[in-house]
Design a protein around this ligand. Structure first.
Ligand code: SAM
Length: 466
């Protein structure tokens, strides 16, 4: 097989990025946007050892599950991977992905419940992250192409809520009217970098990320926004770094109230530019509800909410528990969590620590275990999963119950392997153990479709002590 070869083959499996897999002689060919059972024509773009990365040229025999994508820039933009698949099939693919990751990465064979569906298949995202760049001196607004920082220009996005179109057109108008410079990634020059927007209770929190310290002609932007949106706040965020991190640390409020309040399970919570928020409000509600039901804390239970963000789940857990302890690394989120506890008259039951979980959890968990009563732990880490020290502390202190919420089936599988004993460290390297003898058993695995049309899936796992 050679680069640029055009080949015909049958898709015999689906990969972890939801690509079709075609086997030709000793080669495994990954072909994005091809479906199981399809006969396809494809082109080889790159070969490493026996793996070929390919491009779909033609579907010769389409699968029954194939549908016409709704978005004009689908396959060019990196946001969605599954618009060409019927929604029911997307759910099956995600359930299988979780179960395959468990088997392949950790040797865990366990029943995975069918992926919980999102009622909104499109227009579900309550958060927008819009890059703005200068390319060859021309301003470009859109979304990044897959695994790249090349902007794919667009006026709208079908998985975003309907206000997105107006935000994009306001920023185009603002750039045209003022001639404000846009960020050039090759020279690190230019002011406008990103626009990040959250929708909270019918108000928008709009954050303009700039490569500088003040937003040029901000009054023009405010007046353009005021023509389109009834209730909004405008922040400027300073990000002078040359890295790919979207937000810098300093936010300045230019217009509006700045903070809006939302309510979930009768807990009132403020949303600020830095607070973490799940992007699909309806599925988030179901997920959080299931976390609370699964933990099932009573007045004898202390719950540790590790990676607690702005403390919404901590407060929900505290309601029925003896007490709840949040651990979160972002200080602004911890401040919000403390305010939330006061506002909801729960501060006597909640302690929020601003610290890395890998330091704080090992420090506090044994003390809490030594107290009377049950201890339950919620883990909701970012994509990279839990630090080794967090899992070691859990394996030592042995809380009665662990509920693990994850947006990465791969790191979830690894961490579950460590907690159930199917993966063990040997000379600092993780190895498969054929006769697992860990401290925990997996009682329940429930995926949720927080992100329809994309390859991503959120999963809840309940572990109990053997
Ligand atoms: C997936 S979010 C979960 C947020 C929260 N559970 C919620 O539902 O709103 C992960 C959180 O972990 C925080 N985080 C990342 N690394 C951390 C670490 N090493 N220690 C503590 N918190 C961390 C992030 O700032 C983020 O708020």
């Amino acid at each position: 097989m050679h680069k640029n070869d055009e080949l015909i083959g049958n898709v015999s499996a689906i990969g972890s990025n939801m690509e079709g897999i075609v086997r030709i002689n000793e080669f495994i060919c990954f072909v994005p946007y091809a479906l199981l059972g399809e006969k396809i024509k494809f082109k080889v773009l790159k070969i490493t050892k026996n793996i070929a990365f390919c491009k779909l040229l033609e579907v010769l025999t389409p699968a029954e599950e194939r549908v016409r994508p709704v978005c004009r820039v689908f396959t060019k933009c990196g946001g969605c991977q599954l618009q060409h698949v019927k929604y029911k099939e997307q759910l099956k693919l995600k359930t299988n992905l979780v179960s395959d990751c468990f088997k392949k990465i950790a040797g865990i064979s366990v029943k995975v419940s069918p992926c919980f569906k999102s009622d909104a298949e499109y227009e579900y995202r309550n958060k927008l992250q819009l890059p703005i760049r200068s390319v060859g001196g021309e301003p470009k607004i859109g979304f990044f192409a897959e695994s790249s920082h090349r902007i794919v220009e667009t006026d709208d996005c079908p998985i975003q809520q309907s206000w997105t179109k107006n935000v994009i057109s306001v920023f185009k108008e603002f750039i045209n009217a003022t001639g404000i410079s846009c960020y050039d990634e090759s020279s690190f020059q230019g002011l406008l970098r990103h626009v990040v927007v959250r929708n909270v209770d019918k108000a928008l929190i709009i954050v303009v990320v700039i490569n500088g310290t003040s937003l040029y002609k901000s009054e023009v932007l405010i007046s353009l926004l005021a023509k389109r949106f009834l209730k909004f706040s405008l922040y400027v965020n300073e990000n002078l770094s040359t890295s790919n991190v979207i937000l810098g640390e300093k936010n300045t409020l230019l217009f509006g109230d700045g903070v809006y309040e939302d309510e979930e399970f009768s807990i009132k919570y403020p949303v600020t530019p830095m607070s973490f928020m799940q992007v699909n409000s309806a599925v988030k509600r179901k997920l959080y509800n299931d976390v609370i039901k699964t933990i099932n804390a009573d007045e004898n239970t202390t719950v540790i909410d590790a990676y607690s963000g702005a403390g919404l789940m901590t407060a929900m857990l505290a309601k029925n528990a003896k007490k709840a302890i949040g651990i979160e690394i972002v200080s602004e989120a911890v401040d919000a969590a403390n305010k939330l506890a006061v506002k909801n008259s729960l501060s006597h039951k909640i302690t929020n620590y601003c610290a890395p979980c890998e330091d704080k959890l090992p420090e506090i968990i044994s003390e809490i275990r030594a107290e009377k009563g049950n201890v339950a732990v919620v883990l909701d880490p970012p994509r990279k999963g839990c630090d080794k020290r967090v899992l070691q502390a859990l394996n030592k202190a042995l809380p009665n119950k662990i509920v693990y919420v994850s947006c990465s089936p791969q790191t979830l599988a690894r961490d579950l392997g460590i907690l159930t004993g199917s993966l063990v460290y040997e000379n600092n390297e993780l190895k498969r153990c054929e006769t697992p003898n860990g401290n925990y058993v997996i009682e329940k695995v429930q995926p949720y479709d927080m992100f329809p049309q994309t390859k991503h899936v959120e999963t809840l796992v309940l572990l109990t002590r053997k």
